[in-house]
Write a protein that binds this ligand. Structure first.
Ligand SMILES: *Cc1c(COP(=O)(O)O)cnc(C)c1O
Length: 408
């Protein structure tokens, strides 16, 4: 028997079934017309954002990194709830603009931007987070050719990283950003060019459940931004401090202490170096805003025994929920929170393996978990599916196609 991760708060049973946004799963599945299905709760997302705003200093602007979940109805809702979107491709630029988010509140990072992407971003008036000196030259040249003024920020590759971060994206040699030592020279160069100087983007890592580690990273970010401002002699209009706020996915994971984090960030904001006294601060979050508000529902197609183990074979799999299968940036596979959505009020009575329908041994949704007895037709719920599910899974693999999605 292996444990499952913690089911996020707010999911109750209603007449024996899992309810999302006050509606039982069978009603959600009939509305969507099919399984597999991602259901996202708009109320839970709104609640998460209002909790964050309550704890963070009012001066901090909140951006959503749309790669976590770019489902159009969700983006439309998010556009009214957050202060900006962070994007990483031309496709995401189009989605962000279609949501109604103001171009001046969109920023575009990503280590390999094509000329077409730079041109589209400059035309739209979104901020480009430059990832190399070469990219700076290209953006300036495209601006000159089109008689447009690019809005440019620089993404810094810092020497430090978010301690214990689930995904390492700072600290040492990296394809992301420009090494910290080279930033002041580029800032001075941009000041002589025809562009609007927007400031710095310093992202230090992801998926941290440790408030102290996030605060240390942010203190380092502020110190580095101060250093760059002093070395370049040029102010920083905007500082995107990254984020990295994590959510509990696995057995033993504890939620981030938001009160402690908010308190620490407030202290940081009250003790800013004078170089940053006119700076606007952004935090960019993906999974923390949407991850726990999404559930992946998949129906049991078959129930089989093999050498003493029971397999529940579902109509879903890693082509929709790669992360839950343990194949998206994890070293050791652990179980996400899962449940039998159509028997949500029943006690666990057997140990089963829940798998997807793909012809690969990688396609596991839950290993050796204790569940209520379930059979063909029952619906399995995989929780924490609101981020990096549909947007980060290989839905073309094996030809079953993408899952349906609804926002309720
Ligand atoms: C992926 C990413 C994010 C969002 O990360 P989460 O862990 O989902 O919060 C934010 N900023 C940058 C630069 C990213 O690459």
């Amino acid at each position: 028997m292996k444990p499952v991760g913690p089911i996020p708060p707010g999911f109750a049973d209603q007449t024996g079934e899992l309810a999302i946004g006050g509606r039982p799963v069978s009603s959600l599945v009939s509305e969507a017309g099919a399984t597999p299905l991602f259901v996202y709760s708009a109320d839970m997302i709104a609640q998460r954002i209002s909790d964050l705003r309550e704890h963070l200093p009012a001066s901090i602007r909140l951006n959503y990194a749309i790669k976590a979940n770019s489902f159009a109805p969700l983006l439309n809702r998010m556009a009214a709830l957050v202060d900006g979107f962070d994007i990483a491709s031309r496709g995401e630029l189009e989605m962000a603009l279609a949501s109604g988010m103001k171009p001046s509140s969109i920023s575009f990072a990503g280590p390999g931007k094509g000329d077409d992407e730079l041109a589209a971003a400059i035309e739209a008036g979104v901020t480009i987070n430059l990832e190399s000196e070469h990219e700076a030259e290209r953006a300036l040249a495209i601006g000159r050719r089109g008689n447009l003024t690019p809005c440019l920020a620089i993404r810094v590759n810092p020497r430090f990283e978010l301690r214990g971060s689930g995904m390492k994206m700072g600290g040492g040699a990296k394809p992301f950003g420009i090494d910290a030592e080279r930033i002041p020279a580029l800032v001075r160069e941009l000041a002589t060019q025809d562009c609007e100087w927007r400031g710095l983007h310093i992202f230090t890592g992801s998926q941290s459940l440790d408030a102290q580690a996030v605060l240390e990273a942010q203190a380092n970010v502020l110190a580095l931004a101060d250093q760059i401002a002093r070395d370049s002699g040029i102010g920083i209009p905007l500082l995107n401090m990254g984020g990295g706020f994590g959510i509990p996915y696995f057995p033993g994971d504890k939620p981030l202490d938001l009160a402690r984090l908010g308190q620490g960030i407030s202290v940081g904001m009250q003790n800013l170096p004078s170089t940053l006294s006119d700076t606007e601060f952004h935090i960019e979050l993906g999974r923390y805003l949407v991850g726990e508000a999404g559930v992946y529902l998949t129906r049991i197609l078959d129930r089989k025994e093999s050498y003493g183990e029971t397999y529940l074979i579902t109509d879903g799999g890693l082509h929709h929920q790669l992360a839950a299968s343990g194949n998206f940036g994890t070293v050791v596979r652990r179980n996400y929170p899962v449940g039998i959505a159509t028997r949500f009020d029943k006690p666990a009575e057997e140990t089963v393996n829940i798998v997807g329908r793909l012809c690969t041994p990688l396609d596991r949704l839950a290993d050796k978990v204790r569940m209520p007895k379930a059979g063909v037709g029952d619906i399995v719920a995989v929780f924490c599916a609101g981020a990096y599910g549909a947007s980060a899974s290989p839905s073309a693999f094996l030809g079953h196609g993408p899952a349906a999605e609804i926002l309720v």
